[in-house]
Design a protein around this ligand. Sequence first.
Ligand code: HEC
Length: 449
Amino acid sequence: MSTTWKSFGAAALTVTVSVLVPSVAAAQSAPTFTKDIAPIFQDKCEACHRPDSIAPMSLMTYEEARPWARSIKGRVESRQMPPWHINRTVGIQEFKNDRSLTDEQIATVTKWVDSGAPKGDMKDMPKAKVWPSEQGWNFAAQFGQKEPDLIVRSTPWTQKAGANDTWWKPIVESGLTEDRWVRAIEIRPGTVKGRKITHHAIANLMQTEDGIAANDADPNGRQVAGTFMEWAVGKQGEMMRPNSGKLLRAGSKFRWDIHYSNGGEDITDVVELGIYLYPKGQEPKYRQVLHLMGGTNAGGVDIPPNALKVTEGFFVLRENGRVESFQPHMHLRGKAMQMDAILPTGQVQTLSYVDRFDFQWMNVYQYADNAAPLLPKGTIIKVLAWHDNTSANKNNPDPNVWVGYGDRTVDEMAHAWVNVTYMPDADYQAELAARREALAKKTSQQQQQ
Ligand code: HEC
Protein backbone atom coordinates (compact mmCIF):
# COMPACT_ATOMS: atom_id res chain seq x y z
CA MET A 1 0.00 0.00 0.00
CA SER A 2 2.59 2.47 1.07
CA THR A 3 4.49 2.14 -2.24
CA THR A 4 1.30 2.83 -4.16
CA TRP A 5 0.71 5.89 -2.05
CA LYS A 6 4.19 7.15 -2.71
CA SER A 7 4.15 6.46 -6.40
CA PHE A 8 0.80 8.18 -6.95
CA GLY A 9 1.94 11.02 -4.80
CA ALA A 10 -0.20 14.03 -4.17
CA ALA A 11 -2.93 13.15 -6.65
CA ALA A 12 -3.75 9.88 -4.89
CA LEU A 13 -3.83 11.61 -1.53
CA THR A 14 -6.32 14.16 -2.77
CA VAL A 15 -8.62 11.47 -4.07
CA THR A 16 -8.44 9.49 -0.84
CA VAL A 17 -9.27 12.51 1.25
CA SER A 18 -12.19 13.56 -0.89
CA VAL A 19 -13.72 10.08 -0.60
CA LEU A 20 -13.16 9.95 3.15
CA VAL A 21 -14.57 13.31 4.08
CA PRO A 22 -18.18 12.79 2.98
CA SER A 23 -18.43 9.34 4.55
CA VAL A 24 -17.12 10.60 7.89
CA ALA A 25 -19.54 13.50 7.68
CA ALA A 26 -22.44 11.14 6.91
CA ALA A 27 -21.65 8.97 9.90
CA GLN A 28 -21.42 11.98 12.14
CA SER A 29 -24.66 13.50 10.89
CA ALA A 30 -26.84 10.37 10.97
CA PRO A 31 -29.75 11.60 13.07
CA THR A 32 -30.24 9.84 16.41
CA PHE A 33 -33.45 9.34 18.32
CA THR A 34 -32.37 11.14 21.47
CA LYS A 35 -30.91 14.18 19.74
CA ASP A 36 -32.94 14.69 16.56
CA ILE A 37 -36.08 12.57 16.56
CA ALA A 38 -37.43 12.84 20.11
CA PRO A 39 -37.90 16.65 19.86
CA ILE A 40 -39.91 16.20 16.64
CA PHE A 41 -42.07 13.46 18.12
CA GLN A 42 -42.71 15.49 21.28
CA ASP A 43 -43.78 18.43 19.21
CA LYS A 44 -45.78 16.74 16.45
CA CYS A 45 -46.75 13.18 17.45
CA GLU A 46 -47.13 12.73 21.20
CA ALA A 47 -50.41 14.67 21.32
CA CYS A 48 -51.93 11.41 20.08
CA HIS A 49 -49.10 8.88 20.35
CA ARG A 50 -48.83 8.51 24.13
CA PRO A 51 -50.30 6.01 26.58
CA ASP A 52 -54.13 6.10 26.95
CA SER A 53 -54.55 8.36 23.97
CA ILE A 54 -56.17 7.69 20.62
CA ALA A 55 -53.25 6.43 18.53
CA PRO A 56 -52.41 2.70 18.56
CA MET A 57 -48.90 3.11 19.98
CA SER A 58 -46.85 5.48 22.10
CA LEU A 59 -43.84 7.19 20.51
CA MET A 60 -42.42 8.72 23.68
CA THR A 61 -39.35 6.54 24.15
CA TYR A 62 -36.80 4.95 21.84
CA GLU A 63 -37.91 1.48 22.90
CA GLU A 64 -41.52 2.30 21.99
CA ALA A 65 -40.72 3.99 18.69
CA ARG A 66 -38.01 1.69 17.30
CA PRO A 67 -40.28 -1.23 16.25
CA TRP A 68 -42.39 1.20 14.17
CA ALA A 69 -39.47 2.79 12.31
CA ARG A 70 -40.41 1.42 8.88
CA SER A 71 -44.06 2.31 9.24
CA ILE A 72 -43.13 5.77 10.54
CA LYS A 73 -41.02 6.44 7.47
CA GLY A 74 -43.91 5.45 5.18
CA ARG A 75 -46.55 7.52 6.96
CA VAL A 76 -44.31 10.55 7.35
CA GLU A 77 -42.98 10.61 3.78
CA SER A 78 -46.51 10.37 2.37
CA ARG A 79 -47.70 13.07 4.80
CA GLN A 80 -50.40 10.75 6.17
CA MET A 81 -48.98 11.48 9.62
CA PRO A 82 -49.45 13.81 11.36
CA PRO A 83 -53.00 14.22 10.02
CA TRP A 84 -53.10 17.68 8.40
CA HIS A 85 -54.79 18.03 5.03
CA ILE A 86 -54.31 21.60 3.89
CA ASN A 87 -52.94 22.02 0.38
CA ARG A 88 -49.49 23.54 0.79
CA THR A 89 -49.53 25.67 -2.37
CA VAL A 90 -52.92 27.40 -2.20
CA GLY A 91 -54.31 29.97 0.21
CA ILE A 92 -53.22 30.91 3.71
CA GLN A 93 -50.32 28.85 5.06
CA GLU A 94 -49.86 30.17 8.59
CA PHE A 95 -51.78 28.43 11.34
CA LYS A 96 -51.71 28.52 15.12
CA ASN A 97 -52.14 24.78 15.42
CA ASP A 98 -50.09 23.55 12.47
CA ARG A 99 -49.01 20.03 13.38
CA SER A 100 -47.62 19.12 9.97
CA LEU A 101 -43.93 18.36 9.56
CA THR A 102 -41.60 20.68 7.66
CA ASP A 103 -39.71 19.28 4.68
CA GLU A 104 -36.53 19.26 6.81
CA GLN A 105 -38.24 17.31 9.59
CA ILE A 106 -39.45 14.74 7.09
CA ALA A 107 -35.91 14.46 5.69
CA THR A 108 -34.52 13.99 9.22
CA VAL A 109 -37.00 11.23 10.08
CA THR A 110 -36.37 9.46 6.75
CA LYS A 111 -32.61 9.66 7.19
CA TRP A 112 -32.88 8.34 10.74
CA VAL A 113 -34.80 5.28 9.56
CA ASP A 114 -32.48 4.74 6.58
CA SER A 115 -29.45 4.87 8.89
CA GLY A 116 -30.81 1.99 10.96
CA ALA A 117 -32.81 4.13 13.42
CA PRO A 118 -29.94 4.62 15.94
CA LYS A 119 -30.73 5.51 19.53
CA GLY A 120 -27.90 7.98 20.24
CA ASP A 121 -26.66 9.20 23.58
CA MET A 122 -29.19 9.34 26.46
CA LYS A 123 -27.69 12.63 27.62
CA ASP A 124 -29.07 14.25 24.43
CA MET A 125 -32.63 13.15 25.26
CA PRO A 126 -34.94 16.10 25.95
CA LYS A 127 -36.93 16.14 29.18
CA ALA A 128 -40.24 14.30 28.88
CA LYS A 129 -43.00 16.62 27.75
CA VAL A 130 -45.71 17.19 30.36
CA TRP A 131 -49.22 16.78 28.97
CA PRO A 132 -52.32 18.26 30.59
CA SER A 133 -54.68 15.70 32.08
CA GLU A 134 -57.44 14.83 29.63
CA GLN A 135 -59.88 14.46 32.50
CA GLY A 136 -58.93 17.79 34.08
CA TRP A 137 -60.21 21.26 33.16
CA ASN A 138 -57.26 22.73 31.31
CA PHE A 139 -58.11 26.44 31.39
CA ALA A 140 -59.27 26.60 35.02
CA ALA A 141 -55.83 27.38 36.49
CA GLN A 142 -55.27 30.27 34.07
CA PHE A 143 -58.37 31.96 35.45
CA GLY A 144 -57.46 31.11 39.06
CA GLN A 145 -60.38 28.69 39.28
CA LYS A 146 -60.79 25.02 40.12
CA GLU A 147 -63.38 24.42 37.42
CA PRO A 148 -65.41 26.34 34.83
CA ASP A 149 -68.14 28.76 35.99
CA LEU A 150 -70.81 26.70 34.33
CA ILE A 151 -70.78 22.98 33.47
CA VAL A 152 -73.55 21.73 31.19
CA ARG A 153 -73.90 17.95 30.74
CA SER A 154 -75.67 15.98 28.06
CA THR A 155 -78.12 13.35 29.34
CA PRO A 156 -76.42 9.94 29.72
CA TRP A 157 -76.36 7.46 26.85
CA THR A 158 -75.41 3.81 27.00
CA GLN A 159 -73.66 2.55 23.90
CA LYS A 160 -74.10 -1.24 23.87
CA ALA A 161 -71.19 -3.44 22.82
CA GLY A 162 -71.30 -4.00 19.06
CA ALA A 163 -74.26 -1.63 18.51
CA ASN A 164 -74.49 0.51 15.39
CA ASP A 165 -73.35 4.11 15.44
CA THR A 166 -75.80 6.38 17.25
CA TRP A 167 -76.46 10.11 17.05
CA TRP A 168 -77.70 11.27 20.46
CA LYS A 169 -79.46 14.64 20.46
CA PRO A 170 -80.79 15.55 23.89
CA ILE A 171 -81.73 19.18 24.63
CA VAL A 172 -80.62 20.61 27.98
CA GLU A 173 -81.06 24.00 29.65
CA SER A 174 -78.05 26.27 30.22
CA GLY A 175 -79.69 27.35 33.48
CA LEU A 176 -78.66 30.99 32.89
CA THR A 177 -81.10 33.61 34.18
CA GLU A 178 -79.26 36.60 32.70
CA ASP A 179 -77.17 37.29 29.60
CA ARG A 180 -73.48 36.57 30.14
CA TRP A 181 -70.32 36.80 28.02
CA VAL A 182 -68.15 33.73 27.56
CA ARG A 183 -64.35 33.93 27.47
CA ALA A 184 -63.39 30.28 27.15
CA ILE A 185 -64.99 26.91 26.57
CA GLU A 186 -63.87 23.33 27.09
CA ILE A 187 -65.73 20.22 26.14
CA ARG A 188 -64.88 16.60 26.92
CA PRO A 189 -66.34 13.14 27.33
CA GLY A 190 -67.19 12.63 31.01
CA THR A 191 -64.93 9.61 31.58
CA VAL A 192 -61.83 7.95 30.15
CA LYS A 193 -63.98 5.04 28.92
CA GLY A 194 -66.32 7.54 27.31
CA ARG A 195 -63.44 8.50 25.01
CA LYS A 196 -63.66 5.07 23.39
CA ILE A 197 -67.24 5.65 22.20
CA THR A 198 -67.39 9.44 21.70
CA HIS A 199 -66.51 9.89 18.08
CA HIS A 200 -67.48 13.52 17.87
CA ALA A 201 -69.68 15.90 19.88
CA ILE A 202 -71.29 19.20 19.03
CA ALA A 203 -73.11 21.52 21.42
CA ASN A 204 -75.53 23.67 19.42
CA LEU A 205 -76.65 26.85 21.08
CA MET A 206 -80.38 27.50 20.96
CA GLN A 207 -81.25 31.10 21.67
CA THR A 208 -83.04 33.88 19.86
CA GLU A 209 -80.62 35.74 17.63
CA ASP A 210 -80.88 38.53 15.17
CA GLY A 211 -78.46 40.64 13.14
CA ILE A 212 -74.98 39.30 12.47
CA ALA A 213 -75.22 36.32 14.77
CA ALA A 214 -78.25 34.86 13.06
CA ASN A 215 -77.38 31.93 10.86
CA ASP A 216 -78.99 31.70 7.46
CA ALA A 217 -82.22 29.77 7.37
CA ASP A 218 -81.98 26.17 6.20
CA PRO A 219 -83.36 25.23 2.75
CA ASN A 220 -86.80 24.71 4.31
CA GLY A 221 -86.79 28.20 5.78
CA ARG A 222 -86.15 27.10 9.37
CA GLN A 223 -83.67 28.98 11.53
CA VAL A 224 -80.49 26.99 12.11
CA ALA A 225 -79.19 26.63 15.67
CA GLY A 226 -75.73 28.16 15.99
CA THR A 227 -72.85 26.01 17.08
CA PHE A 228 -71.37 26.85 20.41
CA MET A 229 -68.58 24.37 20.73
CA GLU A 230 -67.53 21.13 19.23
CA TRP A 231 -65.34 18.31 20.39
CA ALA A 232 -63.29 16.06 18.16
CA VAL A 233 -60.42 13.74 19.03
CA GLY A 234 -57.24 15.67 19.74
CA LYS A 235 -59.01 19.02 20.02
CA GLN A 236 -58.29 21.32 22.93
CA GLY A 237 -60.74 23.91 24.23
CA GLU A 238 -61.36 27.31 22.77
CA MET A 239 -59.96 30.43 24.39
CA MET A 240 -61.41 33.67 23.02
CA ARG A 241 -58.94 36.34 21.90
CA PRO A 242 -58.44 39.32 24.20
CA ASN A 243 -61.52 41.59 24.25
CA SER A 244 -63.59 38.94 22.48
CA GLY A 245 -66.39 36.73 23.69
CA LYS A 246 -69.45 34.71 22.83
CA LEU A 247 -72.81 35.84 24.12
CA LEU A 248 -74.91 33.38 26.08
CA ARG A 249 -78.46 34.51 26.66
CA ALA A 250 -80.76 34.02 29.63
CA GLY A 251 -82.93 30.96 29.07
CA SER A 252 -80.64 29.55 26.38
CA LYS A 253 -80.54 25.82 25.73
CA PHE A 254 -78.05 23.44 24.20
CA ARG A 255 -78.96 20.85 21.67
CA TRP A 256 -76.32 18.15 21.71
CA ASP A 257 -75.35 16.22 18.64
CA ILE A 258 -73.14 13.39 19.81
CA HIS A 259 -71.84 10.66 17.54
CA TYR A 260 -71.29 7.47 19.54
CA SER A 261 -69.59 4.45 18.03
CA ASN A 262 -68.86 0.91 19.19
CA GLY A 263 -66.51 0.67 22.18
CA GLY A 264 -66.47 -3.13 22.34
CA GLU A 265 -68.28 -3.20 25.71
CA ASP A 266 -71.37 -1.50 27.20
CA ILE A 267 -70.33 2.04 28.09
CA THR A 268 -72.50 4.78 29.61
CA ASP A 269 -71.28 8.34 29.39
CA VAL A 270 -72.15 12.02 29.15
CA VAL A 271 -70.33 14.88 27.42
CA GLU A 272 -69.44 17.88 29.57
CA LEU A 273 -69.33 21.47 28.37
CA GLY A 274 -67.29 23.73 30.65
CA ILE A 275 -67.93 27.46 30.24
CA TYR A 276 -65.77 30.28 31.64
CA LEU A 277 -67.59 33.62 31.94
CA TYR A 278 -66.37 37.21 31.94
CA PRO A 279 -67.04 38.81 35.33
CA LYS A 280 -70.60 40.11 35.65
CA GLY A 281 -71.09 43.42 33.92
CA GLN A 282 -67.87 43.12 31.88
CA GLU A 283 -68.69 43.17 28.22
CA PRO A 284 -65.93 42.28 25.72
CA LYS A 285 -65.58 44.63 22.78
CA TYR A 286 -65.90 42.04 20.01
CA ARG A 287 -68.38 39.28 19.47
CA GLN A 288 -67.29 35.90 18.13
CA VAL A 289 -69.68 33.59 16.35
CA LEU A 290 -69.01 30.09 15.07
CA HIS A 291 -71.08 29.85 11.89
CA LEU A 292 -72.14 26.94 9.78
CA MET A 293 -71.26 28.24 6.32
CA GLY A 294 -72.14 27.16 2.83
CA GLY A 295 -74.30 24.25 3.89
CA THR A 296 -75.58 22.55 0.76
CA ASN A 297 -77.02 19.94 3.04
CA ALA A 298 -80.65 19.26 2.32
CA GLY A 299 -80.79 20.67 -1.18
CA GLY A 300 -77.56 19.96 -3.01
CA VAL A 301 -76.14 16.72 -1.76
CA ASP A 302 -77.51 14.13 -4.13
CA ILE A 303 -74.68 12.05 -5.49
CA PRO A 304 -75.08 9.52 -8.32
CA PRO A 305 -73.33 6.12 -8.12
CA ASN A 306 -69.75 5.96 -9.41
CA ALA A 307 -69.51 9.69 -9.78
CA LEU A 308 -67.75 12.76 -8.51
CA LYS A 309 -69.92 15.66 -7.49
CA VAL A 310 -69.15 19.30 -6.74
CA THR A 311 -71.53 21.47 -4.74
CA GLU A 312 -71.25 25.09 -3.69
CA GLY A 313 -72.82 27.05 -0.85
CA PHE A 314 -72.66 30.68 0.21
CA PHE A 315 -72.68 32.78 3.35
CA VAL A 316 -72.81 36.57 3.55
CA LEU A 317 -70.82 38.47 6.22
CA ARG A 318 -73.22 41.09 7.55
CA GLU A 319 -70.45 43.00 9.34
CA ASN A 320 -66.70 43.43 9.00
CA GLY A 321 -64.94 40.51 10.52
CA ARG A 322 -61.80 38.48 11.00
CA VAL A 323 -62.12 34.85 9.97
CA GLU A 324 -60.39 32.84 12.69
CA SER A 325 -60.70 29.23 11.56
CA PHE A 326 -61.88 26.79 8.92
CA GLN A 327 -63.19 23.29 9.50
CA PRO A 328 -64.58 21.30 6.58
CA HIS A 329 -67.36 18.88 7.43
CA MET A 330 -68.36 16.00 5.17
CA HIS A 331 -68.77 12.25 5.59
CA LEU A 332 -67.21 9.14 4.00
CA ARG A 333 -67.51 10.37 0.40
CA GLY A 334 -65.98 13.74 1.25
CA LYS A 335 -62.93 14.40 -0.92
CA ALA A 336 -62.01 18.08 -0.79
CA MET A 337 -63.29 21.48 0.31
CA GLN A 338 -62.26 24.98 -0.63
CA MET A 339 -63.25 28.26 1.01
CA ASP A 340 -63.15 31.43 -1.10
CA ALA A 341 -63.95 35.03 -0.20
CA ILE A 342 -65.80 37.01 -2.86
CA LEU A 343 -65.11 40.62 -1.89
CA PRO A 344 -67.64 43.40 -2.48
CA THR A 345 -65.35 44.57 -5.33
CA GLY A 346 -65.90 41.23 -7.07
CA GLN A 347 -62.35 40.08 -6.44
CA VAL A 348 -62.09 36.45 -5.39
CA GLN A 349 -59.51 35.17 -2.89
CA THR A 350 -59.00 31.54 -2.06
CA LEU A 351 -58.58 31.37 1.70
CA SER A 352 -57.99 27.65 2.19
CA TYR A 353 -58.11 24.40 0.29
CA VAL A 354 -58.24 21.01 2.01
CA ASP A 355 -57.39 18.72 -0.88
CA ARG A 356 -57.11 15.42 1.00
CA PHE A 357 -60.15 15.49 3.24
CA ASP A 358 -60.31 12.45 5.50
CA PHE A 359 -63.51 11.75 7.41
CA GLN A 360 -61.51 10.26 10.31
CA TRP A 361 -59.98 13.66 11.02
CA MET A 362 -62.28 16.56 11.82
CA ASN A 363 -59.35 19.00 11.73
CA VAL A 364 -59.88 22.64 12.62
CA TYR A 365 -57.43 24.92 10.82
CA GLN A 366 -56.86 27.96 13.06
CA TYR A 367 -55.30 30.90 11.25
CA ALA A 368 -52.29 32.61 12.82
CA ASP A 369 -53.00 36.10 14.20
CA ASN A 370 -51.23 37.92 11.37
CA ALA A 371 -52.77 35.69 8.68
CA ALA A 372 -56.43 35.45 9.72
CA PRO A 373 -58.28 37.13 6.82
CA LEU A 374 -59.85 40.52 7.51
CA LEU A 375 -62.97 40.79 5.37
CA PRO A 376 -65.32 43.73 4.86
CA LYS A 377 -69.06 43.68 5.39
CA GLY A 378 -70.81 42.24 2.37
CA THR A 379 -68.11 39.67 1.59
CA ILE A 380 -69.56 36.39 0.36
CA ILE A 381 -67.92 33.24 1.66
CA LYS A 382 -68.13 30.51 -0.94
CA VAL A 383 -67.72 26.92 0.14
CA LEU A 384 -66.93 24.45 -2.62
CA ALA A 385 -67.24 20.78 -1.72
CA TRP A 386 -66.18 17.70 -3.68
CA HIS A 387 -67.63 14.27 -3.00
CA ASP A 388 -66.13 11.11 -4.48
CA ASN A 389 -68.60 8.26 -4.82
CA THR A 390 -66.29 6.08 -6.93
CA SER A 391 -64.19 3.09 -5.96
CA ALA A 392 -61.10 5.32 -6.08
CA ASN A 393 -62.19 6.65 -2.68
CA LYS A 394 -60.83 4.11 -0.21
CA ASN A 395 -63.34 5.20 2.47
CA ASN A 396 -66.30 4.59 0.17
CA PRO A 397 -68.49 1.78 1.58
CA ASP A 398 -70.43 1.31 -1.69
CA PRO A 399 -69.86 3.19 -4.98
CA ASN A 400 -72.96 1.63 -6.59
CA VAL A 401 -75.62 3.51 -4.63
CA TRP A 402 -77.08 6.99 -4.78
CA VAL A 403 -76.11 9.05 -1.73
CA GLY A 404 -78.33 11.74 -0.26
CA TYR A 405 -78.26 14.12 2.67
CA GLY A 406 -78.37 12.65 6.17
CA ASP A 407 -76.77 12.26 9.57
CA ARG A 408 -75.41 8.75 9.15
CA THR A 409 -71.82 8.50 7.92
CA VAL A 410 -73.12 6.60 4.85
CA ASP A 411 -75.25 9.65 4.02
CA GLU A 412 -73.59 12.91 3.09
CA MET A 413 -73.42 16.54 4.02
CA ALA A 414 -71.13 19.44 3.23
CA HIS A 415 -70.52 22.61 5.14
CA ALA A 416 -67.72 24.52 6.84
CA TRP A 417 -67.59 25.59 10.48
CA VAL A 418 -66.09 29.04 10.48
CA ASN A 419 -65.37 31.20 13.51
CA VAL A 420 -65.73 34.95 12.91
CA THR A 421 -64.85 37.90 15.16
CA TYR A 422 -67.01 40.86 14.19
CA MET A 423 -65.72 44.44 14.45
CA PRO A 424 -67.13 47.92 14.04
CA ASP A 425 -65.73 50.02 11.18
CA ALA A 426 -63.14 52.03 13.11
CA ASP A 427 -61.56 48.92 14.67
CA TYR A 428 -61.66 47.08 11.39
CA GLN A 429 -59.83 49.95 9.63
CA ALA A 430 -57.27 50.06 12.45
CA GLU A 431 -56.68 46.29 12.15
CA LEU A 432 -56.24 46.63 8.40
CA ALA A 433 -53.74 49.47 8.84
CA ALA A 434 -51.77 47.48 11.44
CA ARG A 435 -51.70 44.48 9.13
CA ARG A 436 -50.41 46.62 6.21
CA GLU A 437 -47.74 48.14 8.38
CA ALA A 438 -46.54 44.74 9.60
CA LEU A 439 -46.42 43.50 6.01
CA ALA A 440 -44.48 46.56 4.83
CA LYS A 441 -41.97 46.09 7.64
CA LYS A 442 -41.50 42.44 6.79
CA THR A 443 -41.04 43.24 3.10
CA SER A 444 -38.42 45.91 3.75
CA GLN A 445 -36.54 43.60 6.13
CA GLN A 446 -36.46 40.95 3.46
CA GLN A 447 -35.21 43.44 0.88
CA GLN A 448 -32.37 44.47 3.18
CA GLN A 449 -31.18 40.89 3.57
C1 HEC B 1 -53.93 13.93 15.92
C2 HEC B 1 -53.46 12.67 16.34
C3 HEC B 1 -52.18 12.11 15.76
C4 HEC B 1 -50.99 12.76 15.54
C5 HEC B 1 -50.64 14.20 15.85
C6 HEC B 1 -50.11 11.77 14.98
N1 HEC B 1 -50.73 10.58 14.84
FE1 HEC B 1 -49.99 8.86 14.05
N2 HEC B 1 -51.77 7.93 14.28
C7 HEC B 1 -52.87 8.45 14.90
C8 HEC B 1 -53.95 7.48 14.88
C9 HEC B 1 -55.32 7.65 15.50
C10 HEC B 1 -53.47 6.36 14.21
C11 HEC B 1 -54.23 5.06 13.91
C12 HEC B 1 -55.13 5.23 12.73
C13 HEC B 1 -54.35 5.28 11.48
O1 HEC B 1 -53.57 4.34 11.23
O2 HEC B 1 -54.49 6.25 10.73
C14 HEC B 1 -52.10 6.68 13.82
C15 HEC B 1 -51.27 5.83 13.12
C16 HEC B 1 -49.91 6.04 12.92
C17 HEC B 1 -49.01 5.08 12.29
C18 HEC B 1 -49.39 3.74 11.73
C19 HEC B 1 -49.23 2.68 12.76
C20 HEC B 1 -49.42 1.34 12.12
O3 HEC B 1 -50.40 0.68 12.45
O4 HEC B 1 -48.59 0.98 11.28
C21 HEC B 1 -47.76 5.65 12.32
C22 HEC B 1 -46.47 5.04 11.83
C23 HEC B 1 -47.89 6.95 12.94
N3 HEC B 1 -49.20 7.16 13.27
C24 HEC B 1 -46.84 7.81 13.13
C25 HEC B 1 -47.00 9.14 13.55
C26 HEC B 1 -45.91 10.07 13.65
C27 HEC B 1 -44.45 9.76 13.38
C28 HEC B 1 -46.45 11.26 14.05
C29 HEC B 1 -45.75 12.59 14.26
C30 HEC B 1 -44.76 12.99 13.28
C31 HEC B 1 -47.88 11.06 14.20
N4 HEC B 1 -48.17 9.76 13.90
C32 HEC B 1 -48.78 12.04 14.62
C33 HEC B 1 -52.97 9.72 15.45
C34 HEC B 1 -52.00 10.72 15.34
